[in-house]
Design a protein around this ligand. Structure first.
Ligand SMILES: [Zn+2]
Length: 486
């Protein structure tokens, strides 16, 4: 009998595990965050990244080692801070693309690089030398094709091949320990007047030559990237340079419907007073929002170097180019991971606006509704925590559309008791219809956080632990771990 009960328990546990796995398999597991997934990598990086002895001059070598170690610290800290994560499908997709480039260019890239997925939404990738490369989720969701993505990756690989990071560290170390630098610094210290101005001149001169160097570096990396791509049989389209020009204007894209319509879908009526700025000064009515949907004309002024890069490399364009769209499943995962990261950073207006843009793209995935409830209850939680202003994350008008401005204003101005009401109704409505175990548990967590009278750290830790028990593999456990005792 007892054996039978035991068997039942085991079966139930197995069922739960299976169910849990099926659910979290959609995105990733808590254990895929870099502080856990790359834990061993941190030790091997520290062991492998030993500064080579290249200078006889002790001071220069010491300075060089300092920069070298700073770089190691930057990477290991980013890993510990969960700036990166490992998600199987997105990783495999990137890995196959990088492999294609590496295999075709073995002489230039003898060893496979360490590839990290950075959770940032900014449209970027970066090479830090040491055969290491990070690709932001923002780049994945912004790129339209595998070829667009390949261009940026090849550009970053080129920085590594050309040792740009290592050379920059050398140049800095050499300059700061040079006689010329010492002489000019002494001259500043000896002078009675205008020390600051003189000091500034020294540094301006240095950063000017550095930015000139950097421009050469960028241009060299582009040229080599095109060679890497051609050898790999990946088509090159320079119009991506022009699109990159509009990368930081994503929140200038207007919504397809009025703001109220998105909330009406949840039976919520928005009071116009919430979206109209009450304070004096430059009001929405006076300000002329220029909404952009990545029109090249509008963005020409933003980054002249993008146009320059386009013109410079136009001749290398593949005439009958073939472009492979990024698979919808990969893009969708990248977008969700990016949105969750925005939420973790309590960057709530940007998170909500991105959800609305995804709705405009036609998504009917209920995960986005789960997130809408999180944003609203998160905002109320922040209000109770006296950090609503931070959670709104005010973005200046010149970078956003009128719709974004209205949403931001609403998040700032919606009265606390209305916000409480919305938070409660979202959490109740969604939890009731939610079939996913960890999502439902997460809404229970938000409900406790927003309704418990006790808002002490101890209470929050308990609430967090309640979620973690039984959901330790869920990616949402990251939020619950925020309340771990220090
Ligand atoms: Zn670059």
């Amino acid at each position: 009998m007892s054996r039978y009960t035991h068997l039942l328990t085991v079966m139930l546990v197995l069922c739960c595990c299976h169910q849990g796995f099926a659910q979290t398999a959609e995105l990733y597991h808590y254990q895929d965050l870099s502080h856990i997934f790359y834990q061993k990598q941190v030790d091997s990086i520290k062991k492998a990244w030993i500064c080579p002895a290249i200078y006889k001059e002790k001071a220069t070598q010491k300075q060089y080692k300092e920069y070298w170690d700073d770089r190691t610290d930057f990477l290991t800290k980013a890993i510990k801070d969960d700036d990166y994560l490992y998600e199987q499908d997105v990783y495999k997709y990137l890995d196959s693309l990088i492999n294609q480039i590496v295999q075709a260019n073995k002489q230039l890239i003898p060893a496979k690089p360490l590839v990290l997925i950075d959770r940032s939404s900014s449209v970027n990738a970066y090479a830090i030398g040491g055969n290491t490369l990070a690709i932001n989720l923002g780049l994945l969701t912004f790129s339209r094709s595998r070829e667009d993505l390949a261009l940026t990756i090849a550009h970053e690989l080129s920085h590594n091949i050309l040792l740009h990071a290592e050379n920059a560290m050398k140049q800095r170390a050499e300059w700061i320990t040079s006689d010329a630098y010492k002489t000019s610094m002494n001259a500043v210290l000896d002078s009675k007047y205008e020390r600051l101005t003189r000091l500034k001149k020294i540094f301006e001169g240095y950063s000017f030559s550095r930015s000139r160097h950097q421009r050469y570096h960028e241009s060299d990396a582009d040229s080599l990237a095109i060679i890497l791509l051609k050898k790999s049989g990946i088509h090159f389209d320079p119009t991506f340079f022009l699109r990159l020009d509009s990368a930081d204007l994503q929140y200038k894209q207007p919504l397809k419907q009025p703001l109220a319509t998105y909330f009406a879908a949840y039976n919520i009526t928005i009071d116009n007073a919430w979206t109209q700025k009450r304070s004096k000064g430059l009001s929405t009515k006076v300000y002329n929002f220029k909404d952009t949907t990545s029109h090249i004309q509008d963005s020409l002024k933003t980054h002249p170097e993008c146009v320059e890069r386009y013109n410079k490399n136009l001749a290398a364009r593949d005439a009958a180019a073939n472009y492979t769209p990024i698979p919808a499943a990969i893009r969708s995962k990248a977008m969700k991971m990016q949105l969750w990261n925005m939420y973790m950073n309590m960057n709530l207006t940007a998170c909500m606006y991105s959800i609305m843009l995804e709705k405009d793209n036609g998504t009917t995935d209920p995960w986005y509704d789960f997130m809408v409830a999180n944003v609203i209850s998160g905002l109320y939680y922040a209000d109770r925590d006296l950090s609503r202003f931070n959670a709104v994350g005010v973005t200046p008008k010149e970078f956003i559309s009128r719709d974004y401005y209205e949403l931001q204003t609403m998040f700032e101005q919606i009265p606390r008791e209305k916000l409480e009401e919305l938070s409660n109704s979202f959490l109740t409505a969604h939890t009731a219809s939610n079939s996913k175990k960890d999502e439902a548990a997460f809404h229970r967590l938000m409900k406790s956080l927003t309704t418990d009278a006790d808002i002490s750290q101890t209470s929050k830790t308990n609430i967090g632990n309640t979620f973690i028990r039984g959901n330790e593999n869920s990616l949402y456990a990251e939020f619950a771990h925020k309340f771990d005792k220090p």
